[in-house]
Write a new protein. Structure first.
Length: 105
């Protein structure tokens, strides 16, 4: 089973397994990582599941997600994604996802 590595703002590292097709948000919740708030439950309407995705796992956001990334609590960066919109694949085994220090302004 492929794995994902979350790095919290305080440097804590959490490695979790994921099922291909799950979103990064689902993998985080399944791992007990509550620093990704995800108020809307994954419907891409709140921007409270903001993460920074390290290459090579970064996939550019679509236009709607790109607009929402302008509304995040922590300023967006080139590697910003909404975790509810990034679907995991077997090829993303070992992906590293950094969680910002806050999700709500």
């Amino acid at each position: 089973m492929p794995s994902i590595i979350f790095i919290e703002a305080d440097g804590r590292r959490i490695e979790a397994m994921f099922d291909p097709g799950d979103s990064v948000m689902i993998a985080a919740k399944d791992a007990g990582l509550w620093s990704i708030v995800a108020q809307c439950g994954g419907s891409c309407s709140c921007a409270t599941c903001h993460v920074f995705v390290a290459a090579p796992g970064f996939v550019p956001p679509n236009a709607y997600e790109d607009e929402l990334l302008d509304c995040t609590a922590v300023p967006r960066r080139p590697e910003s994604r909404l975790s509810c919109q990034l679907r995991l694949t077997d090829a993303m085994d070992g992906i590293i996802v950094h969680v910002p220090e806050r999700q709500i302004p």
